[in-house]
Design a protein around this ligand. Sequence first.
Ligand SMILES: [Zn+2]
Length: 139
Amino acid sequence: MTDFRSSHQAAFYLSGLIDGDGWIVVTPQRVIGVACIDRDIIDGAARAFETLGARYRRRIQPRSPHKDLFVIEASGRNSFAILASSLQLVHPLKAKKLSALVASYQSFGCRSCGVDLNVQGPGCPVCYSRHYARRTRRG
Ligand SMILES: [Zn+2]
């Protein structure tokens, strides 16, 4: 794969990958990742993260019998801010999680995932119990 011609192209490439096979985790640890058995696709993701200026780590997960799984994960507050402002995710839950990821660094909010206390952070157990308690109190 050749280099990306622009940060827009890098962002489109990553958006498609993450919308499809990627994951965005807000809690317990914050990470945006994608995995594929095709090394070239993950090489492309690495170049796209570099083009956008996001920090990432790669690993290879051995799978039997012949195909390894190539994994790449971006992390860090700055990386998430960059990705949130450049990716255009179509998957509704993933788009929500990307916003929650950025919001989780703000100082007021859920003590676990950091989202505004009126919002329920996707997959956050602390948010879940807070909102559950609220519903129960209302009867
Ligand atoms: Zn939360």
